[in-house]
Design a protein around this ligand. Structure first.
Ligand SMILES: Cc1cc2nc3c(=O)[nH]c(=O)nc-3n(C[C@H](O)[C@H](O)[C@H](O)COP(=O)(O)O)c2cc1C
Length: 214
């Protein structure tokens, strides 16, 4: 499949075949895509909860809007995207040390510049806790987009799920104590035979309405 075909094949799965499980190697690939997702100043402000069993699914279901229950309950895997409530010094040092370990900062000057640059942009985007959360959420949504596209590329169906109660999810997963906040959910699996949405045509506004070539 070329990228246009992948983008056309990907669709929002409403009903999954509960009997079908995504093989471990494909899940590993998708988690790697999440890990490799880009983020502003490589801030990687996220944490992902991966749910692949009945107990964990039942645990989070009370936070999922009723109409979305089938997407979670019958999915093979559900991922809760979270971001950090504080991009604190410990996180910034952790990032810098990782970049150093990964060989991206061969000189002391480069390491210092990278640290200063990142701190500058973190500060710029953290005028209020809300502003920081908004900035972090944008990074998490980039990861969501990458996941949905990558899943389609390897024949895995998916659903982005905003229809959930984030305060309830945070409470169920004890996120506040972990310094995290849930942002969005994605479910993964294989479409059920009766998934009507699989056969509905895609609907998008025409090119002329969304692109301006200057
Ligand atoms: C951020 C985001 C949140 C969404 N939340 C839900 C949801 O809670 N439940 C659902 O069934 N679909 C949800 N959708 C699916 C959209 O309705 C869908 O992407 C849109 O109608 C376009 O259809 P397509 O994905 O099949 O091309 C969401 C999509 C995005 C990108």
């Amino acid at each position: 499949m070329n990228i246009v075909e992948i983008s056309q094949q990907r669709y929002t799965t409403k009903h999954y075949d509960k009997t079908k499980k995504i093989p471990a190697d494909k899940i590993e690939q998708l988690l790697t895509v999440l890990r490799n997702s880009p983020s502003s100043v490589n801030s990687q402000p996220w944490h992902f909860f991966v749910i692949d069993n009945e107990t964990a699914k039942n645990k989070i279901l009370p936070a999922i809007a009723e109409f979305n229950h089938p997407r979670v309950a019958d999915s093979s895997h559900t991922i809760v995207f979270c971001v950090k409530t504080s991009l604190d010094d410990a996180h910034l040092v952790n990032l810098l040390n990782q970049e150093d370990k990964d060989g991206r900062l061969p000189s002391v000057d480069l390491k210092k510049a990278q640290d200063e640059g990142r701190r500058y942009f973190v500060k710029l985007n953290s005028s209020t806790p809300e502003a920081q959360l908004c900035w972090e959420s944008k990074q998490a949504y980039i990861a969501l987009g990458q996941l949905l596209f990558a899943a389609a590329a390897i024949g895995v169906d998916s659903t982005a799920v905003e229809g959930y109660d984030s305060a309830k999810m945070d409470e169920i997963l004890g996120l506040k104590q972990k310094g995290l906040k849930s942002i969005v959910v994605a479910t993964l699996g294989y479409r059920a035979e009766n998934d009507g949405n699989a056969h509905r045509p895609k609907s998008r506004l025409p090119k002329e309405q969304i692109f301006t070539f200057l």
